[in-house]
Design a protein around this ligand. Sequence first.
Ligand code: PGA
Length: 238
Amino acid sequence: MLRKLIAGNWKMHGEQAWTIKPAGFDGMFKAADRSHLDVLICPPFPYVREMFAASASRNILTGGQDCHALEKGAHTGEVSAEMLADCGASYVIVGHSERRAAGDTDADVHVKAMAAKRAGITPIICVGESLAQRESGDANNIVGAQLAGSVPECLTDYVIAYEPVWAIGTGKVASVDDIKDMHVHIRGIAGDTIRILYGGSVKPGNAAEILSTENVDGALIGGASLNMADFAAIAKAA
Ligand code: PGA
């Protein structure tokens, strides 16, 4: 069995004072009791270094929410994977549906995943279908095509996050059967060594059922990761 990964994506939420949150999490779920899983928090860029400083000794990992394909250059407003690594990040989310909605294509995600590899950090490559695609019975093909376009062939160290777009931040969760079917489909493509996370309205109340589903190796959590009691409850369910 693969080691589970419980990843919090804070999106554009937070402030300097939130760097006390890892201490709160640690108080509720001690490192000694979570030796079987990895816990990761991805704050907004300005807080990555401080989050790392506040988290590393507590055995909580820090990640970025996106990165640019290049190491450096005239790209105003962008952040490179090397910069994230320099600030202590060991993971970076790429291809989140909110980035894809802002224009990222599979080809963009592919080069961002390569940038993570170049910087020595692990990309969490997000895929997921829209509601219309699910309803038309196309979900497996869509996700298969996203994986084919987004995951570099040479990559061996990466994580996939399956996040049905219609389940993100909506309170709607895919059924356990749908999650199971999609994760089997992705497992067939990615192989046995790659962790496959589920994401989309994971909460303390549904975490145990989702995380005990076959081929679900963890969760990518948005809203519920902002509250450490909820985040700890989800991690405990793993
Ligand atoms: P959510 O977000 O848990 O708030 O639905 C998940 C995500 O966007 O990764």
